[in-house]
Design a protein around this ligand. Sequence first.
Ligand SMILES: *Cc1c(COP(=O)(O)O)cnc(C)c1O
Length: 388
Amino acid sequence: MSKDNFETSAIRTQIEHTQFLENSSPLYLTSGFVFENAEEMRASFTEEKERNIYSRFTNPNTSEFVDKVCKMEGAEDGFAFATGMAAIFSSLAALLNSGDHIVSARSVFGSTHVLFTNYFPKWNITTSYFNVNEPDTIESLITPKTKILFAESPTNPAVDVLDLELLGKIANKHNLILVVDNCFATPYLQQPIKFGADLVVHSATKLMDGQGRVLGGITVGRKDLIREIYLFSRNTGPSLSPFNAWLLSKSLETLVVRVDKHCENALKVAEFLENHENVNWVKYPFLKSHPQYQVAKKQMKKGGNIVAFEVKGGIEAGRSFLNSIKLCSLSANLGDTKTIVTHPASTTHSKLSEEDRLEVGISDGLVRVSVGLEDVSDVINDLNQALQ
Ligand SMILES: *Cc1c(COP(=O)(O)O)cnc(C)c1O
C-alpha cells in the first residue's frame, strides 16, 4: 500500500452518512438497536441478516475503527477491545484449548508476561520463552502442542527488534499462528501481516490515541481466526466502548503526521544521548549502533518514539535521574504528546530479581523515554540537566 493510500484510508474510512450528511462521523452512544419486526429480529440473530444488534457485539463507531485499522494493517477483519490487554487475553483465550502451548519472546509487555506465566497455566496452557537476541533457539522450543508464536517488536522497554520475516517463516513451517503486538510501531511504521503474521494486536491506548486520553485495543488479521475471536468476545464482553472507538477513529486521521514528528524528535533525543558522557549506551532502532539496525531498516519505515538508554551508576543513578526531571512526565503510559520517562528497575520491574531483569534486557540503569511532540530542544535540555 503506498503512503498516499495509507493516509487516505486513515482519513476517509468512514461509516455511512446519516440523512444529515455530516462530514465527521457522529457518535452512536446506544447499547441496543431496534428491529422492524419479529422476522427481522430472528434473521439478525441467526446472522442471515448482517446488522447491529447490541453494542457488546458491534456498534457503528467500533465498526469504523475496526475497518480503518484493517485497511491500515492490510488485514481481512478485526475486533476492537476495551484495552490492549483485553485484545491479547481474549484473542488467545478464544483460540487456545487446554493442553495447548505458546512460544513467546521473553521480552513482552509486563501484563502479557503475567498472563502467560500466572493465569494461562490455570487452564493448562503453557508458555516457553526465547531470548529476543537468540532467535535460532525458537524452533527447539516448538512441540506438537505448540499453537501460537507470540512476539512484539520493538520490545518494551528495551527497544529490541525481532526479525518479523524470520518469525513468519518459522510459523509457516510449523503451522503456528503468529501473533505480533505491533503497539510500538503502529501500522504506519510496520505491517506485520506482510511478513507472515496471522494476527496483529494493538494497545490503541498508546500512539493510536496519541494524546493519553482513552484506553483501547484491537486485534486484526485472518478472517477465520477473527471469527473465533468475535464469537468468544461477543459472549464474554471485553468490547470497546463506542465513545472510545469514535475518539480513536478520529485520532487515526492524524496518526501519520503525529508519528512522523515523534520519530524525528526521538532520533534527535537518541543522537543526543549517544554522545553524552553519563550514558553507557543508547538503543533506538534507527541508530546505526542498534544491534538489529539492519532488521529495523528492513521492516520499519522509521524508528518509532521510544528510546532506551543506560545511565552510568546503576539503580541509584537511575532513581536520581528520575528525581531530577523537571519538564518530562514520570508516568506509566507511553505514546503521548507529552514526553514520558520511566526507570523500570526501580518501578515497573522492581519485583523481579536482577537476573530476571537482565533476561528481558532491563539493566539497573535502564531508562525508557517515550518521546513526545514538545519542542525537542526543551526535552533534550531537561534530559541533559537531569543527567548532570
Ligand atoms: C500498553 C501495552 C499493552 C497493553 O495495553 P493496555 O491498553 O494498557 O491494556 C500491550 N502491549 C504493549 C506493547 C503495550 O505497550
